[in-house]
Design a binder for this molecule. Structure first.
Ligand SMILES: [Zn+2]
Ligand SMILES: [Zn+2]
Length: 206
């Protein structure tokens, strides 16, 4: 089997380098759209709640997920749980939720390719010989979906996105606009977070 879910050229341009993980995320995202029965997201319908963290490899997957689904970070359709796991839940309020996780045996199988000995030595993906990168990526394309992914429907999945608001206030020190959920009050004056000296976690909802 060779998957039909191969990223478009603009996806590689957007991502910046060839690597196996962006295409894995792309494949995951396309399969999730199929599973939920939705089209690539134009606006604000599909949420991706990724279990990845930071400071570990494979986070390139999330660019692939965004390329495939249109559920982008900039549209606030992608959030992370920071569980440090190679998994993501795809949630559409009208269609339900499905979670995709990469299987450990697949990760182990992929880890044997030369690509990763370069990465472990700190070589950046764009500096790795293209044949080395293509070898592992083509191997991944050739594996059946069920070898890569554990797929579970999540009928009880709950997710409450942050409520949007256009309300903003000028910081009384730097005079830049601050959206209201981030405004801090000090001695009766509205301030932005950097000018207030407050921690980010102090929230005044109005
Ligand atoms: Zn990458
Ligand atoms: Zn300020």
């Amino acid at each position: 089997m060779t998957t039909k879910h191969v990223p478009p050229e603009w996806g590689f341009e957007f991502h910046g380098h060839l690597c196996p993980f962006m295409p894995i995320g792309y494949r995951m995202g396309r399969l999730a759209l199929d599973t939920l029965g939705v089209e690539r997201e134009k606006d604000h319908g599909l949420f991706v709640i990724a279990d990845l963290g930071e400071g570990h490899p494979q986070t390139c997957m999330l660019d692939g997920v965004q390329i495939a689904t249109g559920a982008t970070y900039g549209k606030l359709m992608m959030t992370k749980t920071f569980y440090g796991k190679l998994a993501a839940t795809f949630y559409h309020p009208r269609k339900g939720a499905v979670r995709f996780a990469l299987k450990p045996d697949f990760i182990d199988g992929m880890g044997k390719f030369e690509f990763f000995s370069y990465r472990k030595r700190g070589v950046e993906p764009s500096e790795i010989p293209i044949t080395v990168t293509e070898e592992v990526t083509q191997w991944m394309y050739n594996q059946p979906d069920e070898v890569l992914f554990k797929i579970e429907m999540k009928p009880d999945f709950k997710f409450t996105p942050v409520k949007g608001s256009f309300n903003k206030t000028k910081c009384s020190v730097c005079e830049e606009y601050v959206f209201d959920r981030y405004v801090r009050m000090k001695e009766g004056k509205p301030l932005c977070i950097p000018c207030s000296g407050y921690e980010k976690t102090v929230l005044i909802e109005r």
